[in-house]
Design a protein around this ligand. Structure first.
Ligand code: GLN
Length: 289
């Protein structure tokens, strides 16, 4: 038997109808609609033919129009999942990308045999890397820096919401700093990680897709794309403890250049790791004493 909608139901205003009529990729439409309704994804199926109130419908259509015009889904819903964590996202921070999970995994392996590892995340943005490491290693002492006060506020909220208040490593500490500039000179770290701005200033990707809506300072060094990486590599020896490691994310074609910078700075065991797309996406090395 086919189900029949009651006469008072506006068939254009059911989840099924909204999704069918949406110009967006289905996954994006579902993310926006569940956000508006406060539903789980499965409820879009179990309640697919339910009439929605017009306020919800208007709200969804407004978000859909903004997405069609180009705004990133993560900014429209204010959240992006990273390493199993629901991170708050605003227009002041880079949207966490799945490939950056490789940086977290690699950093975690590097600190496997260390108790209470001291970790520094440079240019933390949402706090994605720092918070993911802190959540996986409750004993790690994690510091995170960013030059943007707005980003630090987002990162601090993410840490406060997602981390155990009583974690043995203590709260993640956040400070405003242009790379290492404001860091106490006496501090040493076992692991330094960063996903710095690495897109060259003239790269056409900066004026395409989500990147148009993300903070430019989180994407490009306004130079050849290696400026931030040079600064991070150059400053690392003074900040790393004996046998400390540095790992950075970089562009798809920068691995060789980044490895050369690490070698020139005296790093050993210099290597790159490939992301799920097979691209050398992160490079790092160890600073022997
Ligand atoms: N991964 C981003 C992109 O290429 C760039 C992020 C960055 O510069 N750190 O879209």
């Amino acid at each position: 038997m086919t189900s029949k909608a009651p006469a008072d139901r506006d068939s254009a205003a059911t989840p099924a109808a909204l999704l069918r009529a949406s110009p967006l990729p289905p996954l994006e439409a579902r993310v926006l609609l569940t956000h508006v309704l406060g539903w789980r994804q499965t409820q879009l199926i179990t309640r697919a033919d339910e009439a929605l109130d017009s306020a919800s419908v208007q709200c969804y259509l407004a978000l859909q129009a903004r997405r069609v015009a180009g705004e990133p889904v993560a900014q429209l819903v204010g959240i992006r999942e990273f390493f199993g964590l629901e991170l708050e996202v605003t227009p002041h921070v880079l949207i966490p990308r799945p490939e950056t999970e490789l940086l977290v995994e690699t950093a975690l392996i590097a600190m496997e045999n260390l108790a209470r590892p001291r970790v520094l995340d440079l240019g933390t943005g949402t706090g994605a890397i720092a918070v993911a490491i802190a959540s996986m290693r409750p004993d790690a002492q994690v510091s995170a820096l960013d030059r943007s006060a707005e980003a630090l506020a987002v990162a601090a909220r993410n840490a406060a919401r997602l981390l155990d208040r009583k974690r043995p490593g203590g709260a993640v500490t956040f400070a405003q700093s242009d790379w290492y500039d404001s860091l106490d000179a006496s501090l040493r770290f076992d692991v330094i990680v960063s996903n710095p701005p690495y897109i060259a200033s003239g790269d056409p990707h900066l004026s395409q897709g989500d990147l148009r809506y993300e903070p430019r300072g989180a994407l490009t060094d306004e130079a050849d794309g290696l400026g931030a990486i040079r600064a991070i590599v150059a400053g690392a020896p003074r900040r790393l403890a004996a046998n400390g490691v540095l790992w950075m994310e970089h562009g798809y074609d920068q691995a060789e250049a980044v490895r050369a910078l690490l070698v020139a700075q005296g790093f050993t065991q210099v290597q790159s790791e490939r992301d799920l797309a097979g691209i050398e996406r992160i490079s790092g090395g160890r600073l022997a004493d």
